[in-house]
Design a protein around this ligand. Structure first.
Ligand code: HEM
Length: 118
């Protein structure tokens, strides 16, 4: 399940930047299509994450934090894409994005399931 989870969020991360690139290139229609695929991936990320949570016997605070930050990144994907499509400033969101990404990678890879790097 961790591999499905990693595949889903890695693909989502790539498609998020593809959608941004298409927006910047003025291809609004292409960006919309990529964003639809991205939304399907959110469901997969959520499902695989929730399935891992259900497999646990005890859910510690770190798991709750990990899941919350994961959800926050998904929210940021959506808010950043919406803002940049309207040509609004998103720099505060990008700072949050960087912090949330480092946090979620650290928490995910330090928690015991799947890879346990830290
Ligand atoms: C874009 C969003 C997300 C990213 C980048 C992300 C990233 C990660 C990473 C790197 C791992 C470690 C995998 C491994 O050790 O093999 C992981 C595990 C996990 N994720 Fe996520 N995740 C995201 C969203 C979510 C969400 C929304 C949830 C909850 C609903 C969730 C729940 C979990 C759980 C329970 C684990 C297992 C932790 C462990 O290794 O013991 N994740 N995630």
């Amino acid at each position: 399940m961790t591999h499905a989870h990693i595949t889903a969020w890695l693909l989502a991360l790539i498609l998020f930047f593809v959608a941004l690139g298409l927006q910047k290139g003025g291809n609004a229609k292409g960006a919309k299509i990529v964003q639809m695929i991205l939304r399907v991936l959110y469901i997969l990320i959520l499902l695989t994450g929730i399935m891992m949570l259900f497999d646990l016997t005890t859910i510690s605070m770190l798991y709750i934090l990990k899941s919350a930050v994961g959800l926050w990144i998904i929210a940021l994907f959506e808010i950043i894409l919406a803002r940049t499509s309207r040509n609004e400033n998103a720099s505060v969101l990008w700072i949050q994005f960087a912090i949330a990404l480092v946090l979620v990678l650290y928490l995910g890879f330090s928690l015991p399931l799947g890879f346990d790097w830290f």
